[in-house]
Design a protein around this ligand. Sequence first.
Ligand code: FS2
Ligand code: SF4
Length: 546
Amino acid sequence: MFCYQCQEAAGGKGCTVRGVCGKTDTTANLQDLLIYLLKGISVYSTKAKDLGVETPKVDTFVMESLFMTITNANFDNDAFVEQIKEALELRDEIKAKAETAGAEFADLYEGATWSGTEDEFSAKAEEVGVLQTDNEDVRSLRELITYGVKGLAAYTEHAYNLGYENQEIYDFMQKALAAVTDDSLTADDLVALTLETGKFGVEGMAQLDKANTETYGNPEITEVNIGTRSNPAILISGHDLKDMEQLLEQTEGTGVDVYTHSEMLPANYYPAFKKYDHFVGNYGNSWWKQKEEFESFNGPILFTTNCIVPPKGNASYKDKIFTTGSAGLDGATHIEADENGKKDFSEIIELAKKCDAPQEIENGKIVGGFAHNQVLALADKVVDAVKSGAIKQFFVMAGCDGRMNSRDYYTEFAKELPEDTVILTAGCAKYRYNKLDLGDIGGIPRVLDAGQCNDSYSLAVIAMKLQEVFELDDINELPISYNIAWYEQKAVIVLLALLYLGVKNIHLGPTLPAFLSENVANVLVDKFGIGGISEVEEDIEMFMQG
Ligand code: FS2
Ligand code: SF4
């Protein structure tokens, strides 16, 4: 195996024996083989699309498969084997359709032609990973695009689950996958494709924002309970709000409570979910704390997406884990949707009834719900505070959390920021500082949580609105600094989206991606002013000087 798609890549270079995330080499290789076949499918489907062939089956298959390969989403080897078999069938189907429409193919990428049986998968998988591309810079750009497209696929799938689709996004994902197999593309072509990926990142996040807010209302300022009650309960993690809705509907009146964990916390901000009395609040912290927090929760856990940490063999909650959607874990029960998108969570509910109530690990409330609509409703107050100098600067500290101790930097950074600054956050990065008492500025809390990582879109909308109000030509003239924490591929698409929107001087930590070669990193520095992080005090000084 060789994998370097996330921030925790071993030694800052890549995982080669077993993932720091817990991914075995078998899983990693099967994921590589699946990506290799998705590229092959995309070679045919892009051509078919050019010839007017509609490809709905390919569109959703590619999206779901990409999502399955995101860090910490799916550890189920059987699921990958099934997906690979389906990919081979679908590839033949789309090839035939393209040929019927008049396409001719020559000198094809090997992922478009290779076939094998299940017992040949693992041997083939070892040959088709990231290192297949020899040139370090080309490999770096190809992977940057591929990881961005994976993040885009995740957001696209959540919107799809709510009935929102955009053909152009599907087409782009396949265009990008086909392009990264094309040896005739120059480094400049790949840089242009990287920015185009960012453009679709903006569209994907906007689509998901529309899907979530039209379906469940606009997030609003909310005090979220972080304590517990005495009923047995289910913990729901991940990002999928459709799953959240169905779980709340099905648990209503059963005597089983529901709590969110990690990235599902922002579900508490949506009006449509507030009507449920048995929706108690949020339990615990970000994803990497799950080994301890799932022990004390006592009840079953439903993963709707990443981030899953494979449990230890003796974990008490091992048999209480359920997955759905693109998430998967060897040994966990996977709940499929029926043809109408309905999921039956009764097995989880019955199990919850037999479990003890959660053990309280903290109590009190945290505040969130500052997505674009809510912040724009407070726009006058915010603008006045900026004009009067009460708010000197905003810090976008969106992104992900992770295990590394070096992420204590973000807690310290938040604590040390001058009191006339406000943090705009989204994603699980918030858990590094959302329980600190940082106070408020004239009633505006100093940490404004917009929601999940995809709600970074809200932060961009807020920035664009402020640019308009202050009549600035350039978004970079705003008093907003970007100190973003990344971990997995959804943070990659968020970053590319911000670059596409023209945001410069983004600092990325705790380390720069291992998949950026020196030359590609230099391009990002020269073109966009991307930087890393150093020491808290030094960095604050640098940011405050603008
Ligand atoms: Fe956090 Fe993990 Fe949201 Fe990422 S819970 S690192 O999936 O996508 O942010
Ligand atoms: Fe390593 Fe991250 Fe890949 Fe897991 S996803 S194998 S931790 S680089």
